[in-house]
Design a protein around this ligand. Structure first.
Ligand code: HEC
Ligand code: HEC
Length: 291
C-alpha cells in the first residue's frame, strides 16, 4: 500500500499507486448511479433474506423468513378456491336433469364445452368431425335417427351402446342376412332392392319393384314399416328418404339385404363418468337434429 496519495498530473485523478514500467493505474471512481444501485441491491437482499425463505440449509431445510411465506401454500389455497368454485357448478350440474341444463345458459355452456372435448376424444374417429358421419356411421347432425333423437334416447344409446356384447341393456336388433341365410333367392333380392329404390324415388325398374313390394311386405315391413318409414324400437332405418347409412345405390342395397350389416357401437357407460355422458348427450343433441 502506498503511504501517500499521489495525483495524476494530466487527469487530476488519484492513482492506485501501482506502477508498471512507468505507467500508473488511475483510481477512477465508479459512476454514482452505478454505486447507488449497487447499494440498493444489497439493502434489498438483506431485507429479502429477513422476510422471505432464502438460504438453503441442506437436507431440505431452509431459512423460513419472518413472513412465513410459502409458494406451495399459495398454490394449495388457489387450488382449494378453484375446487370450491367448481364443485358449486358440479353439484348443480349433477342435480339438474338434462332438460333443466339446456334451459340454463351457464350449465349449458359447461355441458357444451365438456361435450365438445369428449366428442373429439372419443367419437370423431367413427362419427367424423362435428358428427357428420360416413358409410356405416350415422350422421349425428341431421334429423334422421336410428334409435331416437331426444335427450333420453341419445343418453340411453351412449350409455349402453349398440349391439355391444358386454352390455345387457345394449340397443339391439339384427336384420337377417337374406341371401346367406337362404331366406330369399337372388331374383327376390333383386326385386325387393328395386322396390327399396322406388321408396326413395330413385330410378327403379317398375315391374321388378312391383314384385318387390310383395317381398317387402312379407319380409321387411316388420322392421322397416309398411312404407319404409323405419322403426326406432329396432333401430331400423327409414328407407323412404335419401339419407343412407350404408349407401343407396343398387349394388350396396343388394349387399345389405344379402349379408345384413349389424353396426356396432361401444357402450360408454362404464368408460366415461356420468357427468361426461350428460355433457356428450347435450352436445350431440345440439348438433342439429335434437328432438
Ligand atoms: C367404433 C365406432 C364408434 C365410436 C367410437 C362411436 N360410435 Fe356412435 N355409433 C357407431 C355406429 C356403428 C352406430 C350405428 C349403429 C347402428 O347401426 O345402429 C352408432 C350410433 C350412434 C348413435 C345413435 C344414432 C341414431 O341415429 O340413433 C349416437 C347418438 C352415437 N352413436 C353417439 C356416439 C358418441 C357420442 C360417441 C362418442 C362417445 C360415439 N357414438 C362413438 C359407431 C361408433
Ligand atoms: C329384424 C329387423 C329387420 C328386418 C326384418 C329387415 N331389416 Fe333392414 N335393417 C334393419 C336394421 C336394424 C338395419 C340397420 C342397422 C344395421 O344393421 O347396422 C337395417 C338396414 C337396412 C338397409 C340399409 C339402409 C341404409 O340406410 O343404408 C336396407 C337397405 C335394408 N335394411 C333393407 C331391408 C330389406 C329390403 C329387408 C327385407 C328383405 C329388411 N331390410 C329386413 C332391420 C331389419
Amino acid at each position: 500500500m502506498p503511504t501517500k496519495i499521489e495525483k495524476d498530473a494530466i487527469t487530476g485523478t488519484e492513482t492506485t499507486g501501482h506502477e508498471w514500467d512507468g505507467i500508473k493505474e488511475l483510481n477512477t471512481p465508479l459512476p454514482k448511479w452505478w454505486l447507488y444501485t449497487f447499494y440498493a441491491t444489497i439493502v434489498f437482499a438483506v431485507i429479502y433474506v429477513i422476510l422471505y425463505p432464502a438460504i438453503p440449509l441442506g437436507g431440505g431445510e431452509y431459512t423460513k423468513g419472518v413472513l412465513g411465506f410459502s409458494q406451495r401454500a399459495v398454490l394449495e389455497n388457489e387450488m382449494a378456491e378453484l375446487h370450491s368454485e367448481r364443485s358449486v357448478y358440479m353439484d348443480r350440474f349433477i342435480a339438474a336433469s338434462m332438460e333443466e341444463i339446456i334451459e340454463d345458459a351457464e350449465l349449458q355452456n359447461y355441458a357444451m364445452a365438456g361435450g365438445r372435448v369428449a366428442f373429439a376424444d372419443n367419437c370423431v374417429p367413427c362419427h367424423g368431425a362435428g358428427g357428420a358421419g360416413g358409410p356405416g356411421y350415422p350422421s349425428l347432425a341431421d334429423d334422421d335417427w336410428l334409435w331416437g333423437g331426444t335427450l333420453e334416447d341419445i343418453y340411453t344409446t351412449l350409455q349402453n351402446g349398440v349391439r355391444w356384447a358386454d352390455n345387457e341393456e345394449t340397443r339391439t336388433s339384427q336384420m337377417p342376412a337374406f341371401a346367406v341365410d337362404e331366406i330369399l333367392n337372388a331374383g327376390q333380392i333383386n326385386d325387393v332392392a328395386e322396390y327399396v329404390l322406388s321408396l326413395s324415388n330413385s330410378a327403379s325398374d317398375a315391374q321388378a319393384a312391383e314384385r318387390g313390394a310383395v317381398v317387402f311386405a312379407e319380409n321387411c315391413a316388420v322392421c322397416h314399416g309398411e312404407s319404409g318409414e323405419g322403426m326406432r324400437e329396432l333401430g331400423a332405418p327409414k328407407l323412404n328418404d335419401s339419407i343412407w347409412l350404408f349407401g343407396g345405390d343398387k349394388e350396396t342395397i343388394v349387399e345389405t339385404i344379402s349379408k345384413s350389416r349389424g353396426g356396432v357401437m361401444p357402450a360408454w357407460g362404464g368408460r366415461l363418468d356420468d357427468v361426461t355422458l350428460k355433457q356428450l348427450t347435450i352436445y350431440v343433441h345440439s348438433l342439429g337434429g335434437g328432438e
